[in-house]
Design a protein around this ligand. Structure first.
Ligand code: CIZ
Length: 309
């Protein structure tokens, strides 16, 4: 198919989507053009919900690898594609299935809660999966006498532990290198320079333990997008990967959004481009297919993530 027929790459993508009966999902951290080309933009939870509902034959997942795996587990009869197979997640790589098995061997009655940022192999060894929007609810749903291991994000785990007051909860010491780039001193400076701005923070932030008291709200990206729409404030300091500011600015043209750090950019998330979307839809590449036996074991924790909202 030649672009000359379509004029713009966006038109070409629309035509290819129709031809392939495809739907495009984009995470809130994707580059703006990719978000604009998508049928659905959101966090992992919203995108997983939409993946499960869609009638399309092809799901093109613009995010990072574990998100496409989740879509493949939920929709085994669909073709799940990613524009770039190299788009991975450093946080997800910080825990291995054997780490979970070892903890379980030492805690035969314990339960493992995995953040959605984990591989399908790790999910298959876990009991519950959660996103940052429902991590607290998921942990609260577990009987109090059960020991819990929360993996892999230490800062989200710390936040949940603090919110729930749960004592018998161990935390894995993983972290998101992008959220680590947001520092308390930047936040303090921005807060002083913008006294009227609301400060919203993602629970993956490495400075969460130091700066939690400064935050007006601690929210997932989807929670942030909803919150800034509803809040009467006109200015917001946003502590998370900068991609989410695209949607905030688009939805709220009269409001001002300031990144807590302009350096908080995930290079993996930014690997997906419009050109790669075209190649993906044209050649039906690159397919992410979780093997059925593994998918079956990873399904229950994911199902729990979707039902505890
Ligand atoms: O849940 C997600 O998609 C992640 C990884 C972060 C967020 O809050 O959107």
């Amino acid at each position: 198919m030649s672009r000359a027929i379509y004029g713009t790459i966006e038109e070409e993508i629309r035509a290819l989507k129709k031809e392939r009966n495809a739907v495009i999902m984009a995470h809130n951290y994707q580059i703006g053009e990719v978000q604009d080309a998508a049928d659905f933009t959101g966090d992992s939870l919203r995108l997983a919900q939409e993946a499960r509902k869609t009638n399309a034959e092809v799901i093109l997942f613009c995010g990072v690898h574990f998100m496409a795996e989740t879509a493949s587990i939920l929709c085994p009869d669909k073709k799940v594609l990613v524009p770039d197979l190299e788009a991975g997640c450093s946080l997800a790589d910080m825990i291995r299935p054997e780490d979970v098995r070892q903890w379980k061997a030492e805690h035969p009655d314990g339960l493992v809660v995995c953040y959605v940022n984990t591989s399908a192999e790790v999910k298959a060894e876990s009991d519950y999966c959660c996103t940052s929007s429902n991590a607290e609810k998921v942990v609260r749903s577990i009987p109090e006498d059960k020991d819990v291991l929360f993996i892999p994000d230490f800062f989200l785990g710390t936040y949940v532990k603090q919110r729930t007051g749960r004592k018998n909860m161990e935390l894995w010491r993983g972290y998101c290198p992008t959220h680590m780039l947001i520092q308390s001193r930047d936040i303090e400076k921005l807060r002083a320079g913008h006294p009227g701005a609301e400060f919203i923070m993602h629970p993956e932030c490495g400075c969460l333990t130091k700066s939690m008291h400064l935050a007006d709200r601690i929210l997932s990206t989807e929670g942030m997008v909803r919150y800034v729409k509803e809040s009467p404030a006109r200015e917001f300091i946003v502590a998370t990967e900068t991609g989410v500011l695209h949607r905030m600015r688009k939805d709220n043209p009269g409001k001002n959004f300031i990144p807590a750090s302009v350096h908080a950019v995930c290079n993996y998330m930014k690997m997906n481009t419009l050109e790669k979307i075209v190649a993906s839809l044209e050649n039906l590449q690159y397919e992410v297919k979780v093997p059925p036996e593994l998918a079956q074991r990873a399904y229950l924790p994911i199902e729990r993530m979707l039902s505890i909202v």
